[in-house]
Write a protein that binds this ligand. Structure first.
Ligand code: C2E
Ligand code: MG
Ligand code: MG
Ligand code: MG
Length: 295
């Protein structure tokens, strides 16, 4: 097993150098195979989206969703983004895939405006590689125009590193996006760089608190403090704040007490298809079902 060989090699030092290279070669081969398979994913329609609800903390209603990319391999196995996004980014395949996600998310959101999900927006994760391309803004415009989705129902999830020392053209791009009426959020907030200057420079609408802080907030006072501070910061800057990875009623209760606007996580609803999302909207999420909420 490659990981074990690598671990053993590191522990034993130089003598096991051959182990280490064997493991590296095995890994490189695996990535190469994955990249080759990924090359066909788009044209063979192997990519699909799941949507995870974002729930308003006080009303417990679904007000937004996050589109999450999935890859169904020819053998039926569903591959998750943590495995294939890094490869898609280094190979450049993310450009085509990311464009597909953007348009598909707009199309889906436009379609659900006629049912129980009326008014529910969609957010799309944007990779740095995509964001820095000159045609990014025009592709967003094209997606909105072709699908007829009102811009305020589309949110783009950026990361802190994209907003560090942005070039003139990136600054114009951000201004252009917010002029369109598209919402912008910062994903995994708190895990990136420590400069917060970009928060007042750019029209960021929403901060999404990274799951790693939420995970331990009920037993680690320091994580609780970080969350407290992020919520206070967001509120005082007039931004919305979302907690990611909410898994327990205890976390939800504490987040509500801190004034967090929205929650996303397994306790509210796992990523699923539009049917599952509509089901949650009609019959309520776990958090609105008293019996489930107690358990
Ligand atoms: P993210 O944007 O932070 O998305 C949230 C991730 O946390 C998702 O993982 C979601 O399934 C997971 N999650 C949600 N609630 C919970 C919870 O309560 N507990 C736990 N343990 N996990 C939870 P997923 O779908 O595997 O995606 C991983 C990352 O891949 C995403 O993190 C995002 O950065 C990236 N990604 C996903 N779709 C796309 C895409 O279309 N384009 C790009 N560029 N990146 C994407
Ligand atoms: Mg995200
Ligand atoms: Mg992300
Ligand atoms: Mg995140």
């Amino acid at each position: 097993h490659a990981d074990i060989a690598m671990y053993a090699a590191k522990r034993n030092g130089r003598n096991d150098y051959h182990f280490y290279t064997a493991a590296m070669e095995a890994n490189a081969q695996k990535e190469f195979d994955l990249e080759n398979a990924l090359r066909f994913a788009l044209m063979r329609s192997e990519l699909f989206l799941e949507f995870q609800p974002r729930v308003d903390t006080s009303s417990r209603k679904i007000i937004a969703t996050e589109a999450l990319m999935r890859w169904r391999r020819p053998d039926g196995e569903v591959c998750l983004p943590d495995v294939f996004i890094p490869i898609a980014e280094t190979s450049g395949l993310i450009l085509g895939m990311g464009n597909w996600v953007l348009k598909e998310a707009c199309r889906a959101c436009k379609a659900w405006q006629h049912g129980p999900l009326k008014g529910v927006s969609v957010s799309v994760n944007i990779s740095q590689v995509q964001f820095v391309r000159d045609n990014f803004l025009s592709f967003v415009m094209e997606s909105l125009r072709e699908t007829g989705l009102p811009p305020h129902l589309l949110e783009l999830e950026l990361t802190e590193s994209m907003l560090m020392e942005p070039s003139e053209s990136i600054q114009q791009r951000i201004a252009g996006l917010s002029a369109l009426g598209v919402k912008l959020s910062i994903d995994d907030f708190g895990t990136g760089f420590s400069s917060l200057a970009y928060l007042r420079r750019f029209a960021i609408d929403t901060l999404k608190i990274d799951r790693s802080f939420v995970m331990h907030m009920t037993d680690d006072p320091e994580d609780a403090s970080v969350i407290h501070a992020i919520i206070a910061l967001a509120i005082s800057l007039g931004k919305r704040v979302v907690a990611e990875g909410v898994e327990t009623v205890q976390q939800a209760t504490q987040l509500a007490a801190l004034g967090c606007h929205e929650m996303q996580g397994h306790w509210l609803g796992r990523p699923g298809d539009v049917g599952q999302l509509a089901q949650l909207a009609r019959h309520g999420t776990k958090s609105t079902t008293p019996r489930a909420a107690q358990g």
